[in-house]
Design a protein. Sequence first.
Length: 393
Amino acid sequence: MPRRRFLGRALAVGTGAVLAGSARPLAALEPPPWRAAIIGHTRRGDYGHDLDVVFNNHPGIELVGLADPDETGRTRAAERSHARRTYADYREMLAKEKPQLVVVGPRHTDQHHEMASAALRSGAHVLTEKPFTQTLAQGDDLLAQAEGAGLRIAVAHQARLSPNILHLQRRLQDGWIGSLRQMRAWGKQDARAGGEDLIVLGTHLFDLMKLFGGQVEWCSARIRSQGHAATRADIRQPTEAIGPVLGDDIEAQFEFAGGISATFTSRGALRQTLGPWGLMLIGDKGAVRVLMDIAPRIFVGKSGAWEAGGSTERWEPIDGDPLQSAPASERGFPAANRRVLDDWLAAIRDRREPACSGRRGLEAVEMAMAVFAAGLSDGRIRFPLVQRTHPLA
């Protein structure tokens, strides 16, 4: 479908939106351009990865407002995004502009629930930076609000819609590496190694684990802090406002339906050994390694014999990777965000769940919360988690 025609239809469906305190079907709203707004907070996580420019050059969408309590950041973001008007208070913006689409941009999650809830109550569909929320209870509340109002939430887990990840998913479904048996994931393992790495980057990895592995059943974990087994006395606030974290050394185990086992590792001592953060998928006929970035790189393991001079095993780029020959413009944040945005709009149009839905974003947070809970309990934590408050609170 041509892009302009697609956008012209994208928001012509959906029911139960609440605008200015009264129910009003989305189909009854004025024709395009559709009204969009962005919420950011320069002092509390800015706008994530280029989410302040996510609507740039999208025909049929008019960015009517941008809200940021920091004057300098607000001015800079308005220049980048070409917002028509700016506000210090996002609540005032929502009341005056009545947008149909709202981006919740801050990288820090301490205000995600409050901002997204206000947007939903105003009748807007929501696209939010990851992690989705700080607690499962907050995510449950947002999903319930959206469902009750016929609105769609998307979370910026861009890797799920990367063309080469989708290519890999199709190959796996065709039995390319046989039956998937194991997944191994590791974070960046930098200065944030441990609990902060788990929340900030682990949610991307958990989202892909769910994509490839399906339903997760239980989690166990070993968490250490400064060389000893972590306890509640080691709970701390990280460098970013993402909620409390625990440990600087994490080894977690998951079991997925069908007997697929999985691990997540974040240990600073292994940064040089394991290399770039990512995910390995191991089947009974082959293995794949995904090196994470905004444009992931995918390699296939070519097994070889062990000889006197060593192993002949090697890793080669996956055949048919659509990003290998793509222009640089398709490998950056603008293109990755555009894919999430376009799918979100199509989901609104088709009355379906976005690929990067709020539900899936919450499931990624749930896996991280399970690691904390399992680490403290020294036992298995089963899914779905019964405890919906933060396990470190």
